[in-house]
Unconditional design. Structure first.
Length: 415
């Protein structure tokens, strides 16, 4: 089968890696140097019509869309219009991620548990609202912000500052919601509109510094699986995943693709923090190495509305991903830093998230630069192997967290 993966980050490298393991011919646009070792990288314009034309010219069997911006731009819609199956929600269905105010209203309409919240399209109203709220206060940019448009404000002044920043953008909307307590977990569901298959639960670590401190990032490290008991998983399926798919169909928005449910395991049960409309990044870099079945075939089946959930299988054991980020991230990351990567062993992979080829070879080209992943029989051993591999990467000034997995008390075992 010939698969076209759209995107050029760590998530797309993980998708390409999974498809290549199953023996497919993989193409990718725009790709990156790591992806180029596994797939034929295609240059070209990145608008929806150009990508659909490329898929036609290359006679691909299925297109897998990685980043959310491509979904919002209608890449899936345009590919389907020219007869190419595309794995991902349509532009309208991806509103579940792209418009947090709409998404919250959708959850209310369909009885999906989430935090109490209010959406605002005017700064003055939002400022008045937060004035009397107890802290912490969660302030979200309602638009697409690649996982970074969230502020957990520990004072009213901090909440007001976050709101003012959001409303510097024309047409901005903000969501202000109650702070939920508990462990945060990500559940990914591969969906064909009606049927779905869950991946193992995972946990991302969003802030830049150890101890869950500092600014929000797109994610600094992942453990998989995160321990969720069967009874809780059943509640997640019954009260969150299934009502979401039913609700989307009821509103004429059949959902095919990956449903990312970012959840809080609160004392009163699982609640939705946010929905995303694609594989998480960096969750994909931890989850997909555990996949033993054929991602390319699953994508094609789901795009056609023919997914057999029983065919989606994962190996026992665990994985861990450590993000190496550039100096200055998440503010103004330094680019052009020379990188030297070590050889990897079985069960290890270094995904390229923000790299390019410079005059002297591989160099940094973004905020989150590398996603260092290891699999092992236990989570402690996977973490130990991932940290050991990260230590061998020559990346001057790299930022990384040293406490991935620490929320549940997992201590890395030396590789």
């Amino acid at each position: 089968m010939r698969v076209l993966v759209v995107g050029g980050g760590g998530r797309e490298h993980a998708i390409v890696h999974a498809c290549a393991r199953s023996g497919h011919e993989v193409l990718c646009t725009p790709g990156n140097p790591g992806i180029a070792q596994l797939a034929r990288v295609l240059d070209g314009a990145q608008d929806a019509h150009s990508i659909a034309s490329l898929a036609q010219q290359e006679a691909v069997d299925v297109v897998i869309v990685g980043p959310e911006a491509y979904l919002a731009a209608g890449v899936v819609d345009t590919c389907r219009e020219v007869g190419i199956p595309a794995f991902g929600p349509t532009r309208a269905a991806s509103r579940l991620e792209g418009d947090k105010a709409w998404s919250k209203a959708f959850m209310l309409r369909h009885g999906i548990p989430t935090a109490q919240h209010v959406a605002f399209s005017a700064l003055g109203d939002a400022l008045d609202h937060v004035q009397s709220l107890p802290v912490p206060i969660v302030v979200k940019d309602a638009g697409l912000r690649a996982g970074k448009g969230v502020t957990i404000a520990h004072s009213v002044d901090e909440a007001r500052e976050a709101l003012r920043e959001i409303f510097t953008q024309e047409g901005a909307q903000a969501v202000v919601e109650d702070f939920m307590t508990g462990q945060e977990v990500t559940v990914l569901a591969i969906c064909d509109g009606e049927r779905y298959a869950l991946t193992p639960p995972s946990q991302d670590h969003k802030t830049i510094f150890d101890g869950d401190t500092g600014p929000m990032t797109g994610g600094m490290g992942v453990i998989c699986p995160f321990p969720v008991d069967d009874a809780t998983l059943e509640v997640i399926c019954r009260e969150i995943v299934e009502p979401t798919l039913v609700g989307m169909r009821a509103e004429g928005l059949e959902y095919r693709g990956v449903l990312y449910a970012g959840l809080m395991l609160t004392p009163t049960g699982p609640k939705v923090v946010e929905f995303n409309a694609r594989f998480g990044d960096p969750e994909a870099e931890a989850v997909l190495p555990l996949l033993t079945s054929d991602l390319g075939q699953h994508a094609l089946d789901a795009a056609r509305g023919q997914l057999d959930p029983a065919t989606v299988t994962f190996r026992p054991g665990a994985s861990a991903t450590i993000i190496l980020a550039a100096p200055g991230y998440p503010g103004d990351p330094v680019k052009g830093i020379d990188l030297t990567l070590p050889p990897v062993s079985d069960g290890e992979v270094i995904y390229h998230a923000g790299t390019r080829l410079g005059p002297a070879g591989l160099e940094s080209n973004g905020g989150r630069v590398l996603a260092v992943t290891a699999t092992a029989p236990t989570l402690a051993r996977a973490l130990g192997a991932a940290y050991t591999l990260a230590d061998r990467v020559d990346f001057p000034g790299a930022q990384r967290r040293g406490d991935i997995g620490g929320r549940i008390g997992v201590v890395p075992e030396p590789a």
